[in-house]
Write a protein that binds this ligand. Sequence first.
Ligand code: KE4
Length: 426
Amino acid sequence: MGRSEELFEQAIKVLPGGVNSPVRAYRAVGMAPRFITRADGPFIWDEDGKQYIDYVCSWGPMILGHNHPVIREAVEKAVKDGLSFGAPTRREVEIAQLMVDLVPNIEMVRMVNSGTEAVMSAVRLARGATGRDKIIKFEGCYHGHSDCLLVNAGSSALAGGHPSSAGVPEDIVKHTLTAQFNDLSSVEALLDAWSGQIACIIVEPVAANMGVVGPAPGFLEGLRKLCDKSGALLIFDEVITGFRLALGGAQAYFGVKADLVTFGKIIGGGMPVGAYCGSRALMEQVAPCGPVYQAGTLSGNPVAMAAGLAQLTYLKEHPEVYTDIAAKGEQLAAGLRQAIAKTGAPVVVNQIGSLLAPFFTPTAVTTFVDAKGSDVGKYAKYFQGMLERGVALAPAQFEAMFVSAAHGEAELQATLDAAEEVFRSL
Ligand code: KE4
């Protein structure tokens, strides 16, 4: 028994499922999770000292790779001045200004401590600003674990068999309406049925919690038009796509304007940070300026802000990161498709920029229904085969692979060599 297995035996006695976030428990891939001791660049190491090429990248924050010196040094410097003051600090102003400068269509930022908090608060603001209760989300999209969003959710809620969570009262669930990603008619039907009652439509501009499924041509533009016509606000949940698809995120990448935008992951540089952003007219309805309440003890934490500011500043000063990681995503996707062709494995690969996902199905995946048709048992075998060969992927089908600037030619080729061997064995 390895040290991860030993630790896991202890962990399940004191942590539900042995983890602090369900997907990490490796239940969807049928083995004990690897307990990680350290990370650097494209690599992580487990308790037995085994090295892996890492494509989880802390679920997105590590766009520059792990332990980047610029971010580490910013945190080491900030820590010396204290961990938390519960008072405004210079860095909060600096990172908010930087985000306003880089992200289209936002004038103000409110920092929180997670993507969940960002989305929960943005939905509350949309409801407060419109005076409407109903919201539209998409089946298979995941927006964190706040009550009103745990309806037909993706990610580990889906993989774990509970896309709609227990413990969420019907009185809350009834206000969350579900449409189908890439199907504008399903949205129109809900807007017609609940005319004048929809506060917002919330969407992952690239669905990255059902595997990776991009927006069909015209889909996001169609949502914009439907929001303009119905008076609903359009919320882009950019916790994954923000500062990943482009410096300006999905709004810049696809050229579609959202009314509110949520962030997490990359803006924290690996520390706990989320944010919701929008126009002054909307954001000044949030306390203490307006009647929509939201607060947080550690919101804008000085050490977390130092990490986020360092990462966003680096990305602003090195825009070549985006062409680099997109090219690496394309290289991986092309290489996986070659391996699929060589081996005849029943797999398709979706890729957008540095986000990609293999689906274990022979047919194209452009909707959630298609994604659900993937053979999750085959994915589990693929995951285990890749892990044995030193490649750490998302431990569930309904997730994304994240490529970082630290993944080099050697790592990409090793990944593709391993994938060909594993595809052959399936
Ligand atoms: P957090 O509360 O986990 O920081 O963010 C929630 C969230 C919101 N919106 C989107 C689009 C997200 O992908 C997430 C969280 N992503 C998952 C990965 N699928 C985090 C991993 C986990 O749950 O442990």
